[in-house]
Write a protein that binds this ligand. Structure first.
Ligand SMILES: [Zn+2]
Length: 148
């Protein structure tokens, strides 16, 4: 699947690079990536609207190390899929249309609504397991941004 949900374990919710960096450093990072990549979603190719910088984390379930592998520029809808847990909460509050998110997922992945549901259910199973552990964070080459 081109577009997947990636639920961040609750034990590291508040220690993403986005949370840890001063806003101006984060914005500079985002601008650098827009300059390199062009202003378009790196998953679906959308060029309209806000582009979100998304952190790509790798989880090693044997060593409990969460490593920042890089970033990806995402349109609003692809970003909503990535953070499907939060998206569900916002939809319940009437702040976004969950059906629109499902349609986007199915269009990008060329799949059925049932496949969306299975994918999200699996993502939540993994999330529950990972949320029971403490993770050691490795910011990789991005560690330098934290020291500025
Ligand atoms: Zn997109």
């Amino acid at each position: 699947m081109k577009l997947t949900a990636e639920l961040v374990p609750s034990t590291v919710w508040f220690s993403s690079l986005y949370r840890l960096l001063p806003r101006e450093v984060w914005n500079r990072l985002r601008e650098d990536i827009i300059r390199e990549n062009g202003r378009k979603c790196q998953i679906c190719g959308e060029t309209e609207g806000t582009m979100n910088l998304h952190e790509r984390w790798h989880y090693d379930d044997l060593t409990n190390v969460q490593k920042l592998e890089g970033f990806i520029l995402l349109c609003r809808m692809c970003h909503n899929v990535k953070h499907i847990g939060l998206t569900g909460i916002l939809a319940d509050e009437g702040k976004l249309d969950y059906n629109e998110v499902i349609r986007h997922f199915c269009k990008v992945n060329n799949c059925s609504e049932k496949e969306f549901e299975e994918h999200v259910n699996n993502a939540f199973i993994v999330w529950k397991k990972r949320s029971q552990r403490q993770w050691t964070q490795d910011f990789g080459e991005y560690e330098k941004y934290l020291k500025k």
